[in-house]
Design a protein around this ligand. Structure first.
Ligand code: FAD
Length: 389
């Protein structure tokens, strides 16, 4: 079965990155088709804590995050739909070992026009008297950080793209990428329809590797399962945890969700652009469609226990059922945003490694520019060939 649909470019996947790419392409006047196997944010984007900050150690991640947040914060002017943005500020604490790197990155982020500041431990203790800052050397306070609603943000980008003429096809799974003589000519859906285009941008996250293996490209992406612990703090969540919090020593992060719930999680590395931890084999998942999405009580309590030395007051909260989500990990915890080797017209975003929400709309925009022939220099660290021996 063949459809006569022709389009300048097909974007596969309506997570935050694919939605951002579709919006950018449509805003530039390109005929774009966005193909999503379920609905927007139905993958890991929908499980995201969506904690957002510009502070990163790697300058390119700083720039992509800054741009991603600019897009999310302004998207309601396009559609009237907001990204569910909550600007409660973001606090990133580190020990003595990372302090020099954190100071350097703070200067770099401020040179981009942001206003973040370093807080000493005595300032931190005054601001947050119930916290225990043992081992912490300093905190980076980003007042314009916070969290979004990942569904609202993705839906707003898709609506904006659709309003600009993007053909949005939900419940449509791409079964294969169609290639002729080394050139992409379209995608084939699970139902056997072909959508034609000489450009395809894959933004399929944890599902990317098998799709690419079919066309002879194998990326070193693996999938990790991460648990989120959810605490009950009716009408006092923000008194206990008023900000988005990240701890470079304990490698955990948390935030209030409204004023009655607190979310706690861990990262795999990558939080600041540094690798902190070897891959934990137990977290690896082979099939993203059959993994256990429910957090068991041991996982839930382990995360809570990791916070208690820092925030003993969390012990007073109730516990709600937790959940799990999947990270598409690359070997260095940074994304791959590149063209596929030896196939004209095939472009890839994947490997966001558990920290890709905040920069997703910026990554989508930059990848859209790459697919249209202009690769921005901000993408230069994220090539596929960096993993060659
Ligand atoms: C529990 C959890 C907490 C997180 N917290 C944060 C955080 O606080 N801050 C932060 O910055 N990041 C966070 N992240 C990471 C962030 O959410 C992800 O990096 C980001 O959402 C990935 O977006 P994506 O668009 O690349 O991919 P995805 O969200 O995986 O989207 C891919 C889309 O492609 C679709 N798709 C796949 N295959 C096909 C196909 N064959 N045909 C059609 N469609 C297809 C899927 O249905 C899906 O909608 C968190 C992640 C998790 C799991």
């Amino acid at each position: 079965m063949t459809e006569t649909t022709f389009t300048d470019i097909i974007v596969v996947g309506a997570g935050i990155a694919g939605a951002g790419a579709a919006f950018a392409l449509a805003a530039q006047g390109h005929a774009v088709t966005l193909v999503e196997r379920n609905f927007p944010a139905s993958g890991p984007t929908g499980q995201s804590s969506a904690c957002s900050h510009v502070f990163y150690l790697m300058p390119e991640l700083q720039r992509l995050s800054k741009r991603g947040l600019e897009i999310l914060k302004s998207i309601s002017s396009q559609t009237g739909e907001s990204a569910g943005w909550n600007q409660i500020g973001h606090l990133y604490c580190c020990g003595n070992n990372s302090a020099t790197a954190f100071r350097k990155a703070t200067n770099e982020v401020n040179a981009l026009g942001c206003e973040i500041e370093i807080l000493t431990t005595s300032e931190l203790s005054q601001l947050y008297p119930d916290f225990n800052f043992d081992g912490i050397e300093m905190g980076v306070w980003e007042p314009t950080g916070g969290y979004a609603d990942s569904y609202s943000a993705t839906n707003a980008l898709v609506t904006a793209a659709r309003n600009l003429g993007c053909n949005v096809r939900l419940n449509t799974e791409v079964a294969s990428i169609v290639i002729q003589n080394g050139q992409v000519i379209g995608v084939q859906t699970k139902e056997g329809h072909t959508i034609h285009s000489d450009k395809v941008l894959l933004a399929t996250g944890i599902w990317t590797r098998p799709l690419l293996q079919q066309v002879g490209v194998d990326l070193p992406i693996f999938i990790e399962r991460h648990t989120m612990t959810v605490l009950d703090a009716p009408n006092y969540a923000r008194r206990i945890l008023p900000v988005c919090w990240a701890d470079d020593i304990l490698m955990n992060y948390g935030r209030p969700d409204g004023n009655s719930t607190i979310l706690l999680g861990t990262w795999a590395g990558g939080g600041t652009g540094f690798r902190h931890e070897r891959t934990n084999q137990e977290r690896q998942v082979n099939n993203p469609d059959t993994h256990d999405a429910v957090a068991n009580s041991e996982e839930t309590l382990n995360i809570l226990r990791s916070f208690l030395p820092r925030m003993p007051m969390l012990a007073d909260c109730g516990i709600r059922p937790g959940y799990t989500g999947l990270y598409d990990m690359s070997p260095d915890d940074n994304p791959i945003i590149d063209s596929a080797p030896n196939i004209n017209g095939l472009f890839i975003i994947c490997g966001s490694s558990g920290h890709g929400f905040k920069m997703g709309a910026g990554v989508g925009e930059a990848a859209a520019a790459m697919a249209m022939g202009y690769k921005p220099d901000v993408l230069s660290p994220f090539t596929i060939d960096r993993f060659e021996e």
